[in-house]
Design a protein around this ligand. Structure first.
Ligand SMILES: [Cu+2]
Length: 132
C-alpha cells in the first residue's frame, strides 16, 4: 500500500514537471509575437506630400510623418552620383533611383506605427516613417 502511494506521488510530480515546462515553453512565443502591433485603418482621403532627398548616402530627413488613412506622396530626389533605392517593406514599396534622378511615388498609410525604410544597396542608409 505504501509502495503504491509513493509510486502515485512520483507519477503526480512527473506530470506537474511536464506541465510546468510546457507552460514555460509556450509563454515566450506569446511575448515575441506581441511586440509589433499594427492597427489597420480606412483611407480618409487626406494626402501628405513629403520631399525626401537621398544625399551623401543618407535620407534627408531620416524621419517622416503622416496621419493614418492618408495617401503619402513621396517626392524622392537622388542627389548622389550613386544609385539608391527607397525600400519600405511594410508598404510593399521598393523604388530604384539611378544617380541624379528623381521620382514621385505614392502609397496609402493604412496602418499605424513606426516603419523602417532603407536603401537596399547601402544598408547603412536608414530612416523611419511614423504613421500616427
Ligand atoms: Cu543607397
Amino acid at each position: 500500500m505504501k509502495a503504491k502511494l509513493s509510486l502515485l506521488i512520483v507519477v503526480l510530480i512527473a506530470l506537474l514537471v511536464l506541465l510546468a515546462s510546457g507552460c514555460r515553453q509556450g509563454s515566450p512565443t506569446t511575448t515575441v509575437t506581441g511586440t509589433q502591433t499594427t492597427i489597420t485603418v480606412p483611407a480618409t482621403g487626406g494626402t501628405s506630400t513629403i520631399d525626401l532627398e537621398l544625399k551623401d548616402f543618407k535620407f534627408m530627413p531620416d524621419t517622416i510623418e503622416t496621419k493614418a488613412g492618408n495617401i503619402v506622396i513621396l517626392n524622392l530626389v537622388n542627389r548622389d552620383s550613386a544609385d539608391h533605392t527607397f525600400t519600405l517593406d511594410a508598404f510593399s514599396t521598393d523604388v530604384r533611383l539611378p544617380a541624379g534622378m528623381q521620382e514621385s511615388i505614392q502609397f496609402l498609410a493604412d496602418k499605424k506605427g513606426t516603419f523602417e525604410f532603407h536603401c537596399s544597396i547601402h544598408p547603412s542608409m536608414r530612416g523611419s516613417l511614423v504613421v500616427k
